[in-house]
Design a binder for this molecule. Structure first.
Ligand SMILES: [Zn+2]
Length: 255
């Protein structure tokens, strides 16, 4: 099993510079209690690492609640769109919330989705994760009205969502363009370096956590190993720290 020596080296260097790299972990597309979901939750529990699970409300099953309830206190529920359906015009990048959609339809959908998750899991999520990490800023008022305080996409997005807590992801190890599997080492290392450099250079607040993004339903063994190694190494390293997404949002919200 690979042991990600390059991740250790990055953290060593970061620690030698007197820094602590802050991470958070988001996993997308949960709807049901599958063996893959159980494996994901077991990794989080084994290493006692906070996990944010982005659940698709329209297709979420009741038994998901049983699974999550038994899992761990450090689990943050996020709403992953509504039905994970693409509404983008042909030729454009996939999005459930492209600009042309009727804001009233979107608002109703967001409210309905959040109410469904609240019914299933007992809590209404504060964090919204748009499918394909895309949502047009025109829907910021609808998000707010539905009860969301925070938004999570990919790579330090800003703009158009004033007043929202932004908690983005940065390291996506799935080789989507190649049909799946683990990306090459230089790809995920590049994502990590970019995120760290932005924080070191002041373009992003230094304490803004770097997001590890996983998709439990598509993981092969190489991806499972990568995720587990990443989680273990950050947990064990003195220059690594895990941030609880729920706590982060709550704390930033009141500031
Ligand atoms: Zn998704």
């Amino acid at each position: 099993m690979a042991d990600l020596p390059s991740l250790r080296r990055v953290l060593d260097e970061w620690g030698e510079a007197g820094q602590v790299a802050r991470f958070w972990w988001r996993d997308d597309d949960a709807t049901a209690r599958t063996p893959a979901l159980e494996r994901l939750l077991a990794i989080a529990a084994d290493y006692d690492v906070p996990l944010c699970l982005a659940v698709i409300p329209a297709t979420a099953e009741l038994e998901l609640n049983i699974c999550l309830g038994a899992a761990m206190p450090q689990l943050t529920l996020a709403q992953h769109g509504f039905a994970h359906v693409n509404h983008a015009p042909d030729g454009e990048k996939k999005s459930e919330y492209p600009a042309h959609r009727d804001p009233a339809d979107v608002a109703a959908e967001l409210r309905h989705g959040r109410a469904r998750l609240q019914g299933l899991c007992g809590v209404g999520p504060a964090l919204f994760v748009p499918p394909w990490n895309r949502i047009d800023p025109a829907f910021a008022p609808a998000l707010r009205a539905a009860g969301f305080a925070a938004l999570s996409r990919f790579t330090d997005r800003e703009g158009g969502f004033k007043g929202f807590v932004m908690l983005d992801t940065h390291i996506d190890p799935v080789a989507w363009r190649d049909g799946g599997g683990l990306v090459a080492e230089e790809v995920w290392l590049g994502m990590l370096h970019t995120a760290l450099e932005k924080r070191a250079g002041g373009r992003v607040a230094p304490d803004k956590p770097i997001g590890l993004l996983s998709h439990h339903l598509v993981h092969d063994e190489a991806l499972w190993n990568f995720i587990e190694d990443f989680v273990r190494i950050v947990t064990d390293h003195p220059a690594g720290e895990w941030i609880d997404a729920g706590e982060y949002v709550t704390m930033r919200e009141v500031l």
